[in-house]
Ligand binder design. Structure first.
Ligand SMILES: [Zn+2]
Ligand SMILES: [Zn+2]
Length: 258
């Protein structure tokens, strides 16, 4: 299984693109502005989109993706997320005011979009790829995802603060190789981070120190105006592992069980 980072910034401007991961060539985790970089033939191949939550930096490209590929594909694009997330998309995006309702377009019995709710604790099997929900705690209902194909696993937390359920879930993944986790704001913005449901480097250190599993950690969602400060704080970590910033176009390959 191959995971390519299309966007991992907490904002836009210059080379920054917001959150999206491409799994092989047919699955997206989140649909931020990084998706807009894919060529048309790659967009058409997207069959599944898994959403961590509904904030715009994670769903901004979804309406335009559907509109772009609707008449170029055979079947619908399957969009998965927590029930609350999908309900928010129905009410606030695919409501004919913000965007047409692709759950009934181009035809009600041949829609371009299927909204498929996932429950916490649920497993989703896409071919050989297993995707499990990982608890996240944010200002809106949110989830992370654990990806594996029977061997090594990668966890992408999405937007979250530290929480006991996330720690327990990470501890339970013995084959965890990569952890992609956020630190959106520097410690100097702790109050803002807490009200916005984001981690700062110190919060991330506390979470990692509490774990007995030792994945390779890549930090995502840095706010563009604070990259230098956050990066310096990450470099000061006294942890067994080095913390690296996630980079656009970075690729992770997960080994399957031999
Ligand atoms: Zn968010
Ligand atoms: Zn976000």
């Amino acid at each position: 299984m191959k995971i390519r980072v299309l966007g991992c910034s907490g904002g836009i401007g210059g080379e920054n693109r917001t959150t999206a991961l491409l799994v092989d060539d047919d699955v997206l985790i989140d649909c931020g502005t990084g998706v807009g970089e894919l060529p048309l033939q790659s967009l058409v191949r997207i069959d599944h989109v898994l959403l961590t939550h509904t904030h715009l930096d994670h769903v901004a490209m979804l309406p335009m993706l559907l509109d772009t590929v609707a008449d170029l594909r055979q079947g619908p694009v399957r969009v998965y997320g927590l029930p609350e997330s999908l309900e928010a998309l129905r009410r606030h995006v695919f409501n004919w005011q913000m965007w047409p309702d692709f759950t009934v377009l181009p035809e009600a019995d041949n829609p371009g979009l299927l909204l498929l709710p996932l429950q916490p604790g649920e497993n989703l099997q896409l071919g050989t790829r297993r995707i499990r929900l990982v608890p996240a705690l944010h200002t809106v209902p949110a989830t992370g995802y654990c990806l594996d194909a029977g061997g090594e696993a990668l966890v992408f937390t999405g937007d979250t603060v530290d929480n006991p359920a996330l720690r327990r879930a990470l501890e339970a993944i013995s084959e965890l190789r990569y952890l992609l986790i956020e630190a959106a704001l520097p410690d100097s913005s702790l109050a803002l981070a807490q009200s916005a449901g984001h981690l700062t480097p110190s919060g991330l250190f506390a979470l990692l120190e509490a774990l007995t599993v030792r994945p390779e950690v890549f930090v995502t969602h840095l706010k563009p105006g604070h990259v230098r400060e956050i990066t310096a704080q990450l470099a000061s970590a006294r942890l067994p592992q080095t913390l690296r910033s996630l980079a656009r176009d970075q690729v992770f390959v997960l080994n399957t069980a031999s």
